[in-house]
Design a binder for this molecule. Structure first.
Ligand SMILES: Nc1ncnc2c1ncn2[C@@H]1O[C@H](COP(=O)(O)OP(=O)(O)OP(=O)(O)O)[C@@H](O)[C@H]1O
Ligand SMILES: [Mg+2]
Length: 329
């Protein structure tokens, strides 16, 4: 494993600013997660949340004593600009804060995931592209550490756009990413794959490698447009390529509770998918575009912000849904 020079940050690899908001889990100076008061992690529990349903308690998950095998989640929506990359980075960083070992896979030739983590994807000679095409490249040597402890990145760059074409003639072309990831699955608890906005062969590879798919949806007009096609694609992959694939959930992003429009859109999404929409909703805030410029997750850039709290809650909701760890005492 190599560390990218451009990803190195302050002491301990972590930076925190300002006061920690009461009621949120926080990290002590030596990097432990502190939980604080009684109802800390569960503000608003029992009251109607933004989805209109009562907000359940999502406990801080227990610390792990060993790691792996990884649970793989594809972050997928063929609609562009809905928060796939932002959610991959920040959910990954939140899971890492909770002690999970997380691998983020940049599966978009734009390389936005790498850039959002302060890593220039053009500096790498070997990327996901080379691994997919099955040369001599070793995935262990291709993975880079990020400035967040426990959060690693498998980078991509524009080379990946050629892979989609080259893969077409390969035997087992839909399984290339699953094969690529297999050697490192035991070293991680969660793998998040940031898909490109398309339902092409790369996205089918991501769905074939995944245990679950998370669908970020922007709370805007036409949010639901294309979701039926996406769900059909997921069904087809489940039937033909990957029987274990399930829908982890639909994540409402860029939600502005002050506007009637956003509230109406969210209500329509919940009406259509009453069981699939996460209780956690990610608010619209300028802090997210700022984090891209800063090249770090919101959990370190603005750890006390509403946005950071949102992704921490999402991490706890996911873990509460998919595991049954006892809460940290
Ligand atoms: N909750 C939010 N509030 C405000 N801006 C946001 C939020 N989430 C994401 N953004 C911004 O919206 C833009 C699109 O987000 P992002 O890149 O995560 O979407 P995407 O689905 O990965 O896009 P693409 O389909 O191009 O890969 C970015 O500029 C990002 O900073
Ligand atoms: Mg993206």
């Amino acid at each position: 494993m190599v560390r990218s020079d451009s990803a190195v940050s302050g002491p301990g690899g972590r930076r925190y600013y300002g006061e920690v908001t009461v009621g949120e889990p926080r990290l002590s100076e030596d990097g432990r997660l502190e939980v604080g008061g009684e109802d800390n992690a569960d503000e608003g529990v029992g009251k109607p949340g933004p989805t209109g349903r009562p907000m359940p308690a999502f406990p801080v998950p227990a610390a792990l004593t060993s790691h792996g095998p990884a649970w793989v989640v594809a972050m997928c929506n063929q609609k562009g600009g809905v928060g796939k990359t932002t959610s991959t980075i920040n959910l990954g960083a939140a899971l890492a804060e909770y002690g999970r070992r997380v691998l983020l896979v940049d599966f978009d030739p734009q390389g936005a995931l790498s850039v959002g983590l302060g890593i220039n994807p053009m500096q790498f000679d070997v990327t996901v592209h080379d691994l997919l095409l099955g040369g001599d490249a070793d995935i262990q040597d291709t993975i880079v550490e990020t400035q967040v402890e426990g959060l690693d990145l498998l980078p991509s760059n524009i080379d990946l756009s050629a892979a989609e074409v080259l893969l077409v003639s390969e035997v087992g072309r839909e399984h290339s990413l699953a094969r690529t990831l297999a050697p490192v699955m035991d070293g991680y608890d969660v793998v998040l794959i940031d898909c490109q906005p398309s339902l092409g062969l790369l996205t089918v590879n991501a769905l074939t490698a995944a245990d679950a798919v998370m669908v970020p949806l922007e709370c805007e007009y036409f949010a639901l447009r294309g979701v039926a096609l996406l769900l059909q694609t997921i069904d087809k992959v489940r039937e033909r390529l990957n029987s274990r694939l399930e829908l982890a959930g639909i994540l409402a992003t860029m939600y502005d509770a002050r506007t009637l429009h956003a509230r109406e859109v969210l209500a329509r999404v919940v009406e259509r998918f009453p069981d699939e929409v996460f209780h956690t909703v990610i608010n619209r805030t300028v802090r997210f575009p700022e984090t891209t410029v800063a090249g770090e997750p919101i959990t370190t850039y603005a750890p006390t912000s509403v946005g950071a709290a949102g992704y921490r809650r999402l991490a706890r909701e996911l873990m509460a849904r998919y595991a049954t760890p006892p809460a940290v005492g």
